[in-house]
Design a protein around this ligand. Structure first.
Ligand code: ADE
Length: 229
């Protein structure tokens, strides 16, 4: 069983449409779609936006469906000059850029309890996603740190801080939380994001223009990855 989580309808709708033998179950207001995509057993859910919603969904999915791997799919803001709208960023690891206990002497982003800053994604899944994506798209496929926080980043200043502090390639609002849930449950995970904007002062305009096409791109990629998983 492979678990797939997206925050918004556009990020999961094409996967749900591609699912056969569909059964749904609603838990804590999240609908879980269980069935087959490309003949692989999958459970797909739209978790909603932000770290709390994502954690509720990931933990419930793991307890109820016991997925062997969880994929977080969707869009992100690109960080850095070589990351363009429409590109794919595959997570080498996840950081939570809004985790901040520096006032008591910790490093920025340290996850108290786990005592790490970056939660590593499954290298097996990263390799599979990257090789599949490069076969399909050629250029514009990157591996890098993805930074998560409960903020839509739309300012060059904020972006600069995240880039400097975490050397991240993309920012979004769920991946780091899903990563933490998977990490403590010993479940493999990877985050796959297509860039909808550059998290700068024009991010709100770009997001409105490109979120749908970028979201559909990652869903298409998942369909190509599943047979190799
Ligand atoms: N998801 C897509 N673009 C984003 C941004 N700029 N900040 C946070 N999450 C995003």
């Amino acid at each position: 069983m492979i678990g797939i989580i997206g925050a918004m309808t556009v990020e999961v709708e094409n996967l749900i449409a591609a699912m056969s033998d569909k059964i749904t179950q609603t838990i804590s207001e999240v609908v879980y779609y269980k069935g087959k995509i490309e003949n692989i057993d999958c459970v797909v859910a739209k978790c909603g936006v932000g770290k709390v919603a994502a954690a509720i969904c990931a933990q419930t999915m793991i307890l109820k469906y016991q997925p062997s791997a969880v994929i977080n799919v969707g869009v992100a803001g690109g960080i850095g000059e070589n990351i363009h709208i429409g590109d794919i960023v595959v997570s080498s690891g996840l950081v939570q850029h809004d985790m901040d206990t520096t006032a008591i002497g910790d490093e920025k982003g340290l996850i108290s309890g786990l005592n790490i800053i970056t939660i590593p994604a499954s290298s097996r899944l990263v390799d599979l996603v990257v090789s599949t994506a490069r076969k399909i798209y050629g250029e514009g496929v990157h591996v890098g740190v993805i930074a998560t926080g409960d903020q839509f980043i739309s300012s060059a200043d904020k972006l600069k801080n995240i880039a400097l502090e975490f050397k991240a390639s993309a920012c979004e609002m769920e991946g780091g939380s899903i990563a933490q849930v998977c990490y403590i449950n010993h479940v493999d995970f990877v985050v796959i994001r297509a860039i909808s904007d550059n998290a700068d002062d024009a991010a709100n305009i770009d997001f409105a223009a490109f979120a749908i096409s970028s979201a559909h791109k990652t869903a298409e990629l998942i369909k190509n990855i599943l047979p190799g998983i």
